[in-house]
Design a protein around this ligand. Structure first.
Ligand code: NAD
Ligand code: UDP
Ligand code: UDP
Length: 315
């Protein structure tokens, strides 16, 4: 039976990946230090005989036997990754070294959850994988952006130097159930504010754009990437190319939740990218993958999830 290690497995994306992969043919080991993840995200899997959890921080070595590794551990929302920026860089860099060292020892295939943030505030639009990016090395987002860039470097050096089987996914903004209600990301913020009847906080003038992918589509892309043949290393963009402004997103959330909330404008955070949209030509060609879930359908599911949390006093 194949054993798959998922670091950050108790987080938003990691828990959906655990859920998708645990089966009679596959054993899943979830590793997490619960910094932003939670036991609640994986509680429903604990009874499964092929699912196990280890509380562990990936900045420390880990000696186990596995066949594949999804390296998802890292806080992903600006609020959380800026809370302890030194730890964020350590998680990306030391975490990558440890997981690559583990992959090298046990000859496992290893996938890195990289990010569209490696493109920074981009001059190329939509972003293609061959664009090197425009990242501030010393700003408040740098701990995340540069940590992820260094992790990509480590992956490609282990590939060149030690012939590791690597896969690098550049994930664009993804949303869905199990996002942390207080993690500060735009989709969860807007939905939480709409459901509580609070003002919807637009940073800057709201004209900046993002492209939002629903979680099940993203998880499908990650699994397809892991299952590609050895010569496919990436980096490969995974995301939904439907681009919109934050004002448009706020309007959709208000309409779909039936909220009376009003918009308020707050200062734009430093180095906030002005536009972002993935070019997914490579993913379509080499993974036969494209997102299927529309923004409205994905938002409805996510609104329902947060409504359930609030109605049952779970958050
Ligand atoms: P998340 O914060 O919900 O999940 C991250 C998980 O990693 C949490 O469970 C957290 O407790 C765990 N973790 C953090 N530091 C750790 C450490 N040192 N050791 C062990 N576990 C640790 O975020 P997410 O949205 O699920 O993101 C998962 C991965 O995908 C991250 O690597 C993130 O950078 C990447 N990503 C996500 C998005 C997105 O839009 N969701 C976009 C691009 C990249
Ligand atoms: N490592 C790990 N688990 C393993 C093997 C290695 O956590 O099963 C860590 C260990 O801390 C090591 C790092 O991965 O320092 C990098 O390993 P590598 O073999 O590449 O280099 P080393 O530093 O051991 O020469
Ligand atoms: N944003 C916003 N209001 C919020 C939270 C975020 O207008 O309450 C904006 C933020 O400034 C950014 C965009 O929404 O331009 C996406 O932010 P998020 O933190 O979700 O992701 P990232 O900036 O990492 O893409």
């Amino acid at each position: 039976m194949k054993t798959i290690l998922i670091t950050g497995g108790a987080g938003f994306l990691g828990s959906h990946l655990c859920e998708r992969l645990v089966s009679d043919q596959t054993s899943v080991v979830c590793v997490d230090n619960y910094f932003t993840g939670s036991k609640a995200n994986i509680r429903h899997l604990l009874g499964h005989s092929n699912f196990e959890v280890i509380r562990h921080d990936v900045t420390f070595p880990l000696y186990i036997e596995v066949d594949e590794i999804f390296n998802m551990a890292c806080p992903a929302s600006p609020t959380h990754y800026q809370y302890d920026p030194v730890q964020t860089t350590k998680t990306s860099v030391h975490g990558a070294i440890n997981m690559l060292g583990l992959a090298k020892r046990v000859k496992a295939k290893i996938l890195q959850a990289s990010t569209s943030e490696v493109y920074g505030d981009p001059e190329v639009h939509p972003q293609t994988e061959d664009y090197w990016g425009r990242v501030n090395p010393i700003g408040i987002r740098s701990c995340y952006d540069e940590g992820k860039r260094c992790a990509e470097t480590l992956f490609f050096d282990y590939w060149r130097q030690h012939q590791l089987q690597i896969k690098v996914a550049r994930i664009f903004n993804t949303y869905g159930p199990r996002m942390h209600p207080n993690d500060g990301r735009v989709v969860s913020n807007f939905i939480v504010q709409a459901l509580r009847g609070e003002d919807i906080t637009i940073y800057g003038d709201g004209a900046q754009t993002r492209s939002f992918c629903y979680v099940t589509d993203l998880v499908e892309g990650l699994i397809k990437l892991m299952n590609t043949s050895q010569e496919v290393t990436g980096p490969i963009n995974l995301g939904n190319p439907t681009e919109m402004t934050m004002l448009e997103l706020a309007e959709r959330v208000i309409a779909l939740s039936g909220s009376q909330s009003k918009l308020v404008f707050k200062p734009l955070p430093q180095d906030d990218p002005k536009q972002r949209k993935p070019d997914i030509t490579v993913a379509k060609a080499s993974l036969d993958w494209a997102p299927k879930v529309s923004l409205d359908d994905g938002l409805k599911e996510t609104i329902q999830y947060f409504r359930h949390l609030f109605d049952n006093h779970l958050a």
